[in-house]
Design a protein around this ligand. Structure first.
Ligand code: SF4
Ligand code: SF4
Length: 307
């Protein structure tokens, strides 16, 4: 029998699928985090999602050095080091997740596993009753969702075929063509603008502000976009920069802005990836952003702290 969706077997690289999300759009949602990002924000709370290839996080504090992961990996991607811990060769890993399953201590987390659209939708559909009762749905996030544009559009089509509310979290760094293909299938765009100065944005994150703003203009008139500003002390958290981002939102006909307070919840992941975490400041309290929210409201925007 033919599948109802001819692309159901299309594969994507997935960081994780999180059920019962409350911060990625309205109501109770399932958030599908896709692997790969064109930016390299140094405060990223999901650094394992940045490369397109599979990434292993190893939690040394949980590892007993039993070696079960080493013997389970058929690709020779794990060796047992002289220090008694497993060592990963990222060039050999295919993201099968076997080592993660073999570990008795949950000391390994694989990001970038391959999943088909059918497998993803199988999980998404489990909570349809919760979506219906709470006004929720499915959110596609990342990484950056448009790094896998064909898979993203297919997931959106499959979600709409199930009657689900759909949201996308994006940094906006994609082609106008893919954005316009996704737009009719998407009810809400949570659209990050991280800086108002193109050189600073480019230098720190690799983002192209010109392209990001042009893309937002395509969405603004549709009334589907909320601009989100991750507020990062020492990067963008000053009056001139936040005011500049508010102006960009207004230019693009977007009225709603969410200010996201900096948090350091992803800091441990950097150690698990043997990477340095560049931000050492404390997580922010919502109240610290109130003066910025007031500034935006005075400019005619609807500003919320948190998202
Ligand atoms: S995910 Fe698969 S290929 Fe990669 S290290 Fe684990 S077992 Fe080996
Ligand atoms: S299976 Fe888990 S506990 Fe055992 S060596 Fe590997 S990571 Fe450590």
């Amino acid at each position: 029998m033919m599948s109802a969706n001819p692309y159901a077997n299309l594969s994507l690289r997935v960081m994780s699928v999180q059920r019962f999300s409350l911060h990625d759009g309205p109501g109770i949602r399932t958030t599908v985090f896709l692997q790969g990002c064109p930016l390299h924000c140094p405060w990223c709370s999901n650094p394992e999602s940045q490369p397109m290839h599979p990434v292993q996080r190893h939690k040394r504090d949980k590892c007993s050095g039993c070696g079960k992961c080493t013997s389970r990996c058929s690709k020779g991607a794990i060796t047992h080091g002289e220090d008694g811990f497993p060592h990963f060769d990222r060039t050999r890993c295919i993201g099968c997740g076997e080592c993660e399953q073999a570990c008795p201590n949950e000391a390994i987390a694989i990001s970038g596993k391959t999943m088909t659209v059918s497998e993803i939708m199988e999980i998404v559909k489990r909570d349809k009753d919760y979506y219906r009762n709470s006004g929720g749905g499915v959110t596609f996030s990342g990484g950056e969702v448009f790094m896998q544009p064909e898979g993203l559009v297919t997931l959106l089509e499959a979600s709409k075929a199930e009657g689900l509310h759909t949201a996308i979290e994006t940094c906006g760094q994609t082609s106008a063509e893919w954005l316009q293909r996704a737009e009719p299938l998407t009810d809400l765009f949570l659209y990050d603008i991280k800086h108002s100065n193109s050189e600073v944005l480019q230098h720190t994150t690799g983002g192209n502000l010109d392209r990001i703003v042009k893309n937002l203009k395509l969405l603004g008139s549709k009334g589907k976009a909320i601009v989100r500003i991750p507020c990062i002390p020492g990067f963008n958290l000053d009056e001139a920069t936040i005011r500049g981002i508010f102006h960009l939102a207004l230019q693009c006909e977007v009225e709603q802005v969410h200010l996201l307070p900096y948090h350091n919840l992803g800091a441990d992941k950097y150690a698990q990836l043997a990477k340095e975490y560049a931000y050492t400041c404390e997580s922010m309290r919502n109240e610290e952003l109130e003066p910025y929210a007031e500034m935006g409201r005075a400019m005619g925007l609807s500003v919320q702290i948190g998202g």
